[in-house]
Write a protein that binds this ligand. Structure first.
Ligand SMILES: NC(=O)c1ccc[n+]([C@@H]2O[C@H](COP(=O)([O-])OP(=O)(O)OC[C@H]3O[C@@H](n4cnc5c(N)ncnc54)[C@H](OP(=O)(O)O)[C@@H]3O)[C@@H](O)[C@H]2O)c1
Length: 311
């Protein structure tokens, strides 16, 4: 009788241990679970997608380093995040901030040192900061083409190259870049922006192949329109601010959903993710498989958007 009871207790203990193990595995498989205590650097964290990424990675328990040009706006984000922290769920940390201008590449090495000093390492670098552009190539100063490139491309790769050696040394880390559908296809009146995002895609595709053997994944994320101030902050051909919330941007995806998708891509160590609906995906497909049709469609789009003075 005692032996039968003993066997029953053993079965119960084994079953409970099995359920606990399964629960732990499921929790670990949940996107974000692997980010507890991870050091995550986010550029352009003061607004839009960067700010929402800060929110989701903070909630997942990451130790954040938030970057931007405006110290006061970054502090505002820190305050919002710490005020939203709850006692349930993963342990959260008060984010650190580092203020610098990505377009001034001479200062990026110093900023990278400051970033490394925050926690001694970087586990995930999310290159998110960027500016957009609206304009006609004929009326656009070369300096504007260069400025957009400085922020979106040179600033981004300068920071990546400054932080990369510490990742390679530890043989650990993850590099993420927020590109755009316009890194895959170029649409008229966006030359500076599309060119900077195409360059970004190419650079990070090369980097992925070159550092795979170090165990450092590279994730390129290419969203379609997101409801942020990107178009408001865009520059025009003479360098002035565009200042308009475009209808396409206003109707774009919720930045909170895009930030969740970024978290998932980091968890899965995805290589290349397009976060867009069927139409942009079809356009990307046509650009490779049927370029003649793609070019016709873009010419027609340019004709429709052309202003009378451009005729
Ligand atoms: N919104 C869209 O429709 C869309 C679509 C596809 C891809 N994206 C990409 O998503 C990323 C985030 O943009 P968003 O939509 O969130 O726009 P946003 O609200 O205008 O945010 C841009 C961020 O970049 C920072 N930034 C701009 N220039 C900088 C510089 N020179 N140095 C340092 N930081 C700088 C800004 O910070 P400070 O001004 O405070 O410095 C701001 O936090 C960009 O890479 C953009 O290309 C956006």
């Amino acid at each position: 009788m005692e032996r039968v009871m003993g066997g029953g207790v053993l079965q119960l203990v084994l079953l409970s241990a099995g359920i606990l193990l399964l629960y732990r595995i499921l929790v670990r498989l949940r996107p974000g679970a692997d980010l507890q205590d991870a050091v995550v650097v986010i550029t352009g964290a003061s607004s839009g997608l960067g700010k929402e990424c800060a929110r989701v990675f903070h909630t997942a328990g990451a130790r954040l380093v938030l970057c931007g040009r405006d110290a006061a706006r970054l502090q505002q984000v820190v305050q919002e995040l710490t005020a939203s922290s709850t006692s349930s769920g993963p342990q959260t940390y008060t984010p650190s901030t580092v203020t610098f201008d990505l377009s001034d590449t001479d200062t990026v090495d110093g900023a990278a040192e400051e970033i490394l000093k925050c926690y001694g390492q970087v586990d995930v670098l999310i290159n998110n900061a960027g500016i957009s552009y609206r304009g006609n190539i004929l009326d656009t100063h070369l300096s504007v083409q260069r400025d957009v490139m400085e922020t979106n491309y040179f600033g981004t790769i300068a920071l990546t190259q400054a932080l990369l050696p510490s990742m390679v040394h530890r043989r650990s880390g993850h590099i993420v870049v927020i590109s755009s559908v316009q890194g895959k296809i170029a649409i008229p009146y966006r030359s500076a922006y599309a060119a900077s995002k195409h360059a970004t895609q190419a650079y990070f595709d090369c980097l992925r192949a070159e550092i795979e053997h170090c165990g450092i994944p590279v994730t390129v994320i290419s969203p379609g329109y997101i409801r942020t101030s990107l178009s408001v902050n865009a520059v025009t051909g003479d360098g002035s601010k565009y200042g308009v919330l475009d209808k396409t941007t206003a109707a774009g995806r919720d930045p909170r959903d895009v930030a969740q998708a970024v978290l998932k891509a980091v968890h899965r160590k995805s290589k290349d993710v397009v976060l867009a609906g069927p139409q942009p995906n079809l356009a990307i497909y046509l650009r490779t498989m049927w370029p003649a049709l793609f070019f016709k469609l873009m010419s027609s789009r340019a004709r429709k958007e052309r202003k009378p003075k451009d005729e």
